[in-house]
Write a protein that binds this ligand. Structure first.
Ligand SMILES: CC(C)(COP(=O)(O)OP(=O)(O)OC[C@H]1O[C@@H](n2cnc3c(N)ncnc32)[C@H](O)[C@@H]1OP(=O)(O)O)[C@@H](O)C(=O)NCCC(=O)NCCS
Length: 177
Protein backbone atom coordinates (compact mmCIF):
# COMPACT_ATOMS: atom_id res chain seq x y z
CA UNK A 1 0.00 0.00 0.00
CA UNK A 2 1.89 3.15 -1.11
CA UNK A 3 1.21 6.30 0.90
CA UNK A 4 0.85 9.89 -0.24
CA UNK A 5 3.35 10.63 -2.96
CA UNK A 6 4.94 7.25 -2.31
CA UNK A 7 6.59 8.68 0.83
CA UNK A 8 4.83 6.41 3.28
CA UNK A 9 4.19 2.69 2.83
CA UNK A 10 1.35 1.11 4.82
CA UNK A 11 1.19 -2.45 6.07
CA UNK A 12 0.16 -4.47 9.12
CA UNK A 13 2.29 -4.14 12.23
CA UNK A 14 5.10 -6.60 12.96
CA UNK A 15 6.75 -7.36 16.31
CA UNK A 16 9.68 -5.03 15.69
CA UNK A 17 7.33 -2.06 15.29
CA UNK A 18 5.86 -2.18 18.80
CA UNK A 19 8.21 0.23 20.59
CA UNK A 20 8.09 2.75 17.72
CA UNK A 21 4.30 2.58 17.58
CA UNK A 22 3.93 3.24 21.30
CA UNK A 23 6.44 6.10 21.04
CA UNK A 24 4.40 7.60 18.19
CA UNK A 25 1.17 7.34 20.20
CA UNK A 26 2.89 9.09 23.10
CA UNK A 27 4.29 11.82 20.82
CA UNK A 28 0.77 12.37 19.44
CA UNK A 29 -0.81 12.57 22.90
CA UNK A 30 -2.96 9.48 22.41
CA UNK A 31 -1.97 7.49 25.50
CA UNK A 32 -3.77 7.73 28.81
CA UNK A 33 -2.61 6.54 32.25
CA UNK A 34 -5.52 4.10 32.51
CA UNK A 35 -4.83 2.44 29.12
CA UNK A 36 -1.71 0.32 28.77
CA UNK A 37 -0.76 0.93 25.12
CA UNK A 38 1.21 -2.33 24.96
CA UNK A 39 -1.84 -4.27 26.05
CA UNK A 40 -4.06 -2.39 23.60
CA UNK A 41 -1.61 -3.29 20.84
CA UNK A 42 -1.40 -6.93 21.87
CA UNK A 43 -5.20 -7.22 22.08
CA UNK A 44 -5.67 -5.74 18.62
CA UNK A 45 -3.16 -8.19 17.15
CA UNK A 46 -4.74 -11.25 18.79
CA UNK A 47 -7.81 -11.74 16.63
CA UNK A 48 -8.43 -11.94 12.90
CA UNK A 49 -10.90 -9.06 12.97
CA UNK A 50 -8.58 -6.41 14.34
CA UNK A 51 -5.16 -5.07 13.50
CA UNK A 52 -2.84 -2.12 13.66
CA UNK A 53 -1.81 -0.62 10.33
CA UNK A 54 1.56 1.05 10.32
CA UNK A 55 2.95 3.63 7.91
CA UNK A 56 6.70 3.61 7.33
CA UNK A 57 8.81 6.22 5.59
CA UNK A 58 9.61 4.83 2.15
CA UNK A 59 12.83 6.86 2.03
CA UNK A 60 14.75 9.39 4.10
CA UNK A 61 12.43 12.37 4.47
CA UNK A 62 12.70 16.02 5.48
CA UNK A 63 10.00 17.42 7.79
CA UNK A 64 7.22 17.80 5.25
CA UNK A 65 4.21 19.06 7.07
CA UNK A 66 2.89 21.47 9.65
CA UNK A 67 5.14 19.90 12.31
CA UNK A 68 8.23 21.07 10.43
CA UNK A 69 8.37 24.13 12.65
CA UNK A 70 8.81 21.84 15.67
CA UNK A 71 11.98 20.25 14.22
CA UNK A 72 14.19 22.97 15.59
CA UNK A 73 17.37 20.91 15.26
CA UNK A 74 16.97 20.57 11.50
CA UNK A 75 17.34 23.12 8.73
CA UNK A 76 15.15 23.29 5.63
CA UNK A 77 15.45 20.10 3.60
CA UNK A 78 17.44 18.24 6.29
CA UNK A 79 16.49 14.61 6.75
CA UNK A 80 14.52 14.21 9.96
CA UNK A 81 12.89 10.83 9.34
CA UNK A 82 14.90 7.83 8.23
CA UNK A 83 13.70 5.29 5.66
CA UNK A 84 11.72 2.57 7.41
CA UNK A 85 10.80 4.64 10.49
CA UNK A 86 7.23 4.25 11.75
CA UNK A 87 5.43 7.52 11.03
CA UNK A 88 1.72 6.66 11.11
CA UNK A 89 -0.76 4.21 12.61
CA UNK A 90 -4.41 3.26 12.71
CA UNK A 91 -5.90 0.50 14.83
CA UNK A 92 -8.88 -1.11 13.10
CA UNK A 93 -11.37 -3.72 14.25
CA UNK A 94 -14.71 -5.20 13.28
CA UNK A 95 -16.99 -5.84 16.25
CA UNK A 96 -19.43 -8.07 14.36
CA UNK A 97 -21.61 -5.14 13.38
CA UNK A 98 -19.41 -2.20 12.41
CA UNK A 99 -15.80 -1.32 11.91
CA UNK A 100 -14.04 0.89 14.44
CA UNK A 101 -10.88 2.98 14.29
CA UNK A 102 -8.57 3.85 17.17
CA UNK A 103 -5.07 5.29 17.55
CA UNK A 104 -5.05 7.26 14.28
CA UNK A 105 -1.71 9.04 14.44
CA UNK A 106 0.83 10.72 12.18
CA UNK A 107 4.34 11.75 13.20
CA UNK A 108 4.09 15.48 14.01
CA UNK A 109 6.99 16.15 11.62
CA UNK A 110 4.94 14.78 8.72
CA UNK A 111 1.46 15.99 9.60
CA UNK A 112 -0.47 18.04 7.09
CA UNK A 113 0.67 16.34 3.91
CA UNK A 114 -1.86 13.57 3.35
CA UNK A 115 -0.52 10.75 5.52
CA UNK A 116 -3.47 10.86 7.93
CA UNK A 117 -5.93 10.56 5.09
CA UNK A 118 -3.91 7.69 3.58
CA UNK A 119 -3.80 5.66 6.79
CA UNK A 120 -7.53 6.15 7.46
CA UNK A 121 -8.42 5.15 3.88
CA UNK A 122 -6.24 2.05 4.21
CA UNK A 123 -7.88 1.14 7.51
CA UNK A 124 -11.34 1.61 5.98
CA UNK A 125 -10.38 -0.74 3.15
CA UNK A 126 -9.08 -3.27 5.71
CA UNK A 127 -12.42 -3.12 7.55
CA UNK A 128 -14.52 -3.31 4.37
CA UNK A 129 -12.57 -6.38 3.24
CA UNK A 130 -13.68 -8.06 6.49
CA UNK A 131 -17.36 -7.31 6.00
CA UNK A 132 -17.79 -3.97 7.76
CA UNK A 133 -20.40 -1.80 6.06
CA UNK A 134 -19.85 1.29 8.21
CA UNK A 135 -17.03 2.71 10.23
CA UNK A 136 -17.13 4.57 13.53
CA UNK A 137 -14.59 6.25 15.73
CA UNK A 138 -14.60 8.21 18.96
CA UNK A 139 -13.00 11.61 19.37
CA UNK A 140 -12.22 12.73 22.89
CA UNK A 141 -14.08 15.87 23.86
CA UNK A 142 -10.65 17.35 24.68
CA UNK A 143 -9.51 16.78 21.06
CA UNK A 144 -11.90 19.15 19.30
CA UNK A 145 -9.16 20.21 16.84
CA UNK A 146 -9.14 16.84 15.12
CA UNK A 147 -12.81 16.93 14.15
CA UNK A 148 -12.04 19.01 11.05
CA UNK A 149 -9.72 16.26 9.83
CA UNK A 150 -12.41 13.60 10.05
CA UNK A 151 -15.00 15.90 8.49
CA UNK A 152 -12.68 16.33 5.48
CA UNK A 153 -12.70 12.54 5.19
CA UNK A 154 -16.50 12.38 5.21
CA UNK A 155 -17.11 11.52 8.86
CA UNK A 156 -20.17 13.07 10.45
CA UNK A 157 -21.43 13.33 14.02
CA UNK A 158 -23.53 10.23 14.77
CA UNK A 159 -25.57 12.07 17.39
CA UNK A 160 -24.76 9.46 20.06
CA UNK A 161 -23.49 9.57 23.59
CA UNK A 162 -20.89 6.89 24.33
CA UNK A 163 -21.54 5.07 27.61
CA UNK A 164 -19.24 2.52 29.18
CA UNK A 165 -18.29 0.50 32.22
CA UNK A 166 -15.50 -1.94 32.97
CA UNK A 167 -16.13 -5.68 32.74
CA UNK A 168 -14.88 -8.06 35.42
CA UNK A 169 -12.62 -7.01 38.22
CA UNK A 170 -11.50 -3.41 37.84
CA UNK A 171 -7.84 -3.06 36.96
CA UNK A 172 -5.45 -0.21 36.34
CA UNK A 173 -6.31 -0.33 32.67
CA UNK A 174 -10.04 0.28 32.93
CA UNK A 175 -10.49 2.20 36.16
CA UNK A 176 -14.12 2.84 35.24
CA UNK A 177 -13.42 4.55 31.90
C1 LIG B 1 -5.27 13.84 13.01
C2 LIG B 1 -4.04 13.46 12.22
C3 LIG B 1 -3.93 11.93 12.15
C4 LIG B 1 -4.16 14.02 10.79
O1 LIG B 1 -3.05 13.57 10.04
P1 LIG B 1 -2.45 14.49 8.87
O2 LIG B 1 -1.44 13.68 8.13
O3 LIG B 1 -2.00 15.77 9.44
O4 LIG B 1 -3.75 14.75 7.96
P2 LIG B 1 -3.80 14.92 6.38
O5 LIG B 1 -2.65 15.79 5.95
O6 LIG B 1 -3.91 13.59 5.73
O7 LIG B 1 -5.15 15.72 6.22
C5 LIG B 1 -6.25 15.22 5.45
C6 LIG B 1 -7.21 16.37 5.23
O8 LIG B 1 -7.71 16.84 6.49
C7 LIG B 1 -7.41 18.21 6.66
N1 LIG B 1 -7.07 18.39 8.07
C8 LIG B 1 -6.07 17.81 8.75
N2 LIG B 1 -6.10 18.17 10.05
C9 LIG B 1 -7.16 19.03 10.15
C10 LIG B 1 -7.72 19.75 11.24
N3 LIG B 1 -7.21 19.66 12.49
N4 LIG B 1 -8.80 20.53 11.01
C11 LIG B 1 -9.33 20.62 9.76
N5 LIG B 1 -8.85 19.92 8.68
C12 LIG B 1 -7.77 19.16 8.89
C13 LIG B 1 -6.24 18.49 5.74
O9 LIG B 1 -6.19 19.84 5.36
C14 LIG B 1 -6.54 17.57 4.58
O10 LIG B 1 -7.52 18.14 3.74
P3 LIG B 1 -7.50 17.83 2.15
O11 LIG B 1 -7.20 16.36 1.95
O12 LIG B 1 -8.86 18.18 1.70
O13 LIG B 1 -6.40 18.68 1.62
C15 LIG B 1 -2.76 14.06 12.86
O14 LIG B 1 -2.93 15.47 12.97
C16 LIG B 1 -2.45 13.51 14.23
O15 LIG B 1 -1.75 12.49 14.34
N6 LIG B 1 -2.92 14.17 15.31
C17 LIG B 1 -2.59 13.76 16.67
C18 LIG B 1 -3.26 12.47 17.05
C19 LIG B 1 -4.78 12.56 17.01
O16 LIG B 1 -5.38 13.49 17.52
N7 LIG B 1 -5.40 11.53 16.40
C20 LIG B 1 -6.84 11.41 16.31
C21 LIG B 1 -7.39 10.72 17.49
S1 LIG B 1 -9.19 10.58 17.39
Amino acid sequence: MPGPGGDVVLSEIVDDDVEAVVALWRACGLTRPWNDPYRDLADARLGETSTVLVGRAARDLPALGDGAADSDDAGPGDVVVRAGEVVATAMAGVDGHRGWLYYVAVDPRLQGCGTGRAVVVAAEAWLAARGARAVRLMVRSTNEAVRGFYERLGYVDQDCVVLGRPLGAPDARDAGR
